[in-house]
Design a binder for this molecule. Structure first.
Ligand code: SAH
Length: 399
């Protein structure tokens, strides 16, 4: 017990500490009985049972998830604390072979709850770290975190770019701009499994690249030889340049965003300049699937954005996945391979599989599951927080 911690106290309703005792890192606003004093958004609070027993420490925020737990010990959240947390995350990435890897300098160093740092994401792109806060508490600590990060990375990282304009709660009315907290290199070419790509820190989605598909892209490369490939929702074209290296005869990339098509073309050129196998189309994926010829492709990737961000949107999202997959089943060549994904956190593995199953049934084709995919080890799932498992994928053989 550390007597130095002067954090304000939040008292739970009787019995509402149960999930915290099983180390689940969230306190919902409805579980709170009362607070000692008025709380400021982003401040660290002590969570106590109704009779005053300490349960956890966390960042307070206005909203349905009122507290995100940083520790189940009564301790000080200071520079030492952040250093321990970031070091633990770094050691784990060393253990899985992602640090000082000559073929891949792109990986996730901090994955929110998965690394016991709810509200914080840090992706590494060579010498640049892109840091994203999803909570006011993490936003408030950004300068400390950036400084400690440089120390923990022992010279491997020189630049820290902060990119939270779109991830922080709008209502918090924080005055902030995206920008470098340390260093400031314009060099934005990163490497994944030996393939190069530009990272758009400034305007890109997430931290600029979808780091979570690294292993699934490598698997796709193994299936690409001699195939005509359609990469739907291509964004920066990750799957496309892997397909090209794998020996695809044709690779078509589709995204409704002009910026994504531009990024895909740049990245393909970076790896395969003037390669006529690749064409990118700026078009809605559903429309493209409707107008394309049957049997035009024998390898299709469907990696759409999260169709549901909240539980209320679940039904519509499942319908969206079903429609999308049904179109692909309808058009894919016999003997074709479909890589299909969902990154919606609220859609479970079972729900996704059942939805793809019903899309397959609509087409009447014989379909086998070859692989069941998920997020890579640098996006770890906190065993006490099953919600951190979000990426689901199936690789299907379609007769
Ligand atoms: N597969 C990508 C990540 C996809 S992110 C990768 O490996 O990096 C989702 C992408 O879908 C975004 O680029 C977004 O612009 C695009 N998108 C969203 N709705 C779309 C639609 N209706 N048709 C085509 N693309 C769409």
């Amino acid at each position: 017990m550390n007597m130095d911690c002067q954090y304000k106290r939040v008292y739970l309703k009787p019995g509402k500490e149960e999930s915290l005792k099983r180390f689940h890192p969230w306190v919902f606003s409805g579980a709170i009985h009362h607070v000692d004093e008025e709380l400021k958004e982003g401040e660290i609070v002590k969570v106590c049972t109704s009779d005053g027993q300490f349960v956890a420490l966390g960042h307070y925020q206005i909203g349905s998830i009122a507290i995100r737990v940083l520790s189940f010990c009564d301790e000080n959240v200071n520079a030492d604390f952040w250093q321990r947390k970031l070091s633990t995350a770094f050691e784990m990435r060393k253990c899985i072979g992602l640090v000082d890897n000559p073929c891949t300098n792109t990986y996730r160093l901090v994955h929110g709850e998965g690394d016991n740092l709810p509200g914080l994401v840090i992706d590494i792109y060579g010498k640049t770290a892109v840091m994203q806060a999803h909570s006011v508490g993490m936003h408030d600590s950004r300068f400390d975190l950036a400084e400690i990060l440089l120390r923990v990375m022992e010279g491997r990282v020189r630049n820290v770019y902060y990119k939270s304009e779109t991830t922080l709660p709008y209502k918090a009315e924080l005055s902030m701009e995206n920008g470098f907290l340390a260093g400031g290199s314009p060099d934005n070419v990163s490497v994944e499994n030996g393939l190069k790509f530009h990272v758009d820190w400034l305007k890109g989605q997430k931290t600029g690249f979808f780091v979570d598909q690294r292993e699934n892209r490598a698997l796709l490369e193994r299936y690409a030889k001699g195939r005509s490939v359609l990469n739907m929702f291509c964004y920066t074209g990750g799957f496309s340049f892997y397909a090209m290296r794998g020996g695809a005869t044709v690779v078509h990339s589709v995204d409704s965003s002009a910026k994504a098509v531009e990024l895909t073309n740049e990245n393909v050129n970076l790896n395969f300049p003037n390669d006529s196998r690749h064409v990118a189309y700026e078009e809605d994926a559903f429309k493209f699937l409707d107008r394309m010829n049957k049997n035009a492709y024998d390898l299709i990737i469907l990696d759409p954005p999260a169709f549901a961000k909240h539980k209320e949107a679940l039904r519509n999202a499942l319908q969206g996945y079903r429609r999308l997959n049904a179109k692909a089943f309808d058009k894919i060549k016999s003997g074709g391979i479909l890589f299909t994904f969902s990154c919606s956190q609220v859609v479970s593995k079972e729900q996704f599989r059942t939805t793809v199953f019903s899309a397959a049934a609509m087409s009447g084709r014989s379909v086998r599951i070859l692989h069941q995919l998920t997020q890579p080890a640098d996006h770890p799932v906190n065993i006490y927080h099953p919600e951190s498992e979000y990426l689901k994928g199936l690789v299907l053989y379609v007769e």
